[in-house]
Design a protein around this ligand. Structure first.
Ligand code: PHE
Length: 390
């Protein structure tokens, strides 16, 4: 018994010593840095139904990391990017967050793309007080998860409203049908924001159709839309579903334009939809045609490396790394709480996806570019600014 007690004390002592050791090393906030490196996490989906979102984001982020490391790193430390594929699944995003927080002990985490995946990861980072910055999750509730959660893209209340303004004013549409994925926060959110703005403008929602996750046969919903007399179909869904929907819309002989949000943006959209989306429209985060020098430098660098122009996902992936760099530099220390505070105060950050400031809700306010699908190209139609929608 005595022996057991002694070993218990020894063990407890060791534990205290170990924890103290960690704390010391963690002056730089319980990890975050190791030797010459600053550890930053990236968690996006590079496999599964939305794989191109993560592949593009990762490509963009890697260009920024290489540039920064070549130029000497962040406050003398090289970026070590710890990457997890979130496999297009919320559960994998939650697991990646736990690993980044407790095992890799990153200073800051960047991700996810899909709002549903960011929503699965955010509570983990918030509980561990690790700043998380989503490059591209637009659902408003993402940053509501806590004061360590940020984003550098516009929000869906704006995006949905801008799509409604575009449909009503630019395209002259008055009768919209909505088709949304009822199991996805991004999709249902965007559908509702579109609906309230379109009706406020005087338009009518002639039918609201929804489907469950992993649906591939949309024919019932499509035939309901056909019977509704809609003059436009708003489908705020991701590109894999959209290609299938577009083909079924075309097969049923419906001949009205379709409209969507940023979730359509993928190199796979048109190859998989064939010509079913010709002339349709969607909104996104930047324009490759922007003549600004920083935009053109990035477009050239990316195109030279990958043989294709960067999507807005790639541009946001590039911007998020520089955003984190600026926050760490302004914090002056590799300390998560200080980095969080610096992030909250960033003003006039000049990114490839535009110049923006972080507001009191840890969000960015940026314009949206409405694009039209012509062949395999996405041509800019016009930019809509936040003031036009509010
Ligand atoms: N905004 C989408 C979401 O929140 C993700 C996305 C961003 C998709 C940019 C494509 C381009 O779920």
């Amino acid at each position: 018994m005595r022996k057991a007690l002694i070993s218990l004390f020894v063990a407890a002592g060791l534990l205290v010593a170990f924890t103290a050791g960690c704390k010391d090393r963690g002056n730089e906030a319980g990890g975050g840095t190791t030797g010459e490196n600053v550890n930053l996490g990236l968690f996006v989906s590079t496999t599964g139904a939305i794989a191109t979102f993560g592949l593009d984001t990762k490509n963009g982020a890697e260009i920024a990391v290489a540039e920064i490391n070549e130029a000497g790193g962040i406050k003398g430390k090289k970026i070590n990017m710890v990457f997890y594929d979130t496999e297009s699944k919320a559960e994998s995003a939650g697991n990646a967050a736990t690993k980044l927080a407790t095992q890799d002990k990153v200073l800051v985490a960047m991700g996810a793309v899909a709002s549903g995946l960011s929503l699965a990861a955010a509570p983990v980072f918030q509980a561990n007080k690790i700043p998380m910055v989503s490059p591209s999750s637009t659902n408003p509730t993402v940053t509501e998860q806590g004061d360590y959660i940020f984003r550098i893209c516009y929000l869906d209340d704006f995006q949905g409203g801008a799509c409604a303004v575009f449909a009503y004013k630019d395209l002259g549409k008055r009768k919209a049908a909505i088709l949304a994925n009822r199991d996805d926060a991004y999709s249902t959110g965007l559908a509702n924001f579109f609906k309230s703005k379109f009706t406020a403008l005087g338009g009518q929602i002639v039918t609201e159709q929804t489907y469950a996750a992993n649906t591939s046969d949309f024919n019932t919903q499509v035939s309901n839309i056909k019977g509704s007399g809609a003059d436009i179909i708003f489908a705020p869904v991701y590109y894999t579903d959209m290609s299938l929907i577009a083909k079924q819309v075309k097969a049923q002989g419906i001949n009205v334009p379709m409209l969507g949000g940023d979730g359509w943006e993928s190199d796979k959209l048109v190859p998989e939809a064939g010509d079913a989306l010709e002339g349709s429209y969607f909104g996104n985060h930047y324009s490759q045609e922007d003549k600004a020098e920083n935009v053109q430098n990035f477009v050239k660098k990316y195109t030279d490396k990958h043989g294709k122009a960067p999507t807005s996902l790639a541009a946001l992936g590039y911007d998020v790394v520089y955003f984190v760099k600026q926050a760490i530099e302004q914090a002056g220390e590799f300390d998560r709480a200080k980095v969080r505070d610096a992030m909250a105060g960033i003003k006039d950050f000049k990114g490839v996806t535009g110049t923006f400031s972080i507001d009191s809700k840890r969000n960015a306010r940026k314009p949206i570019s409405m694009l039209q699908i012509k062949g395999a190209r996405f041509l800019p139609v016009r930019q809509i600014k936040p003031e036009e929608v509010e």
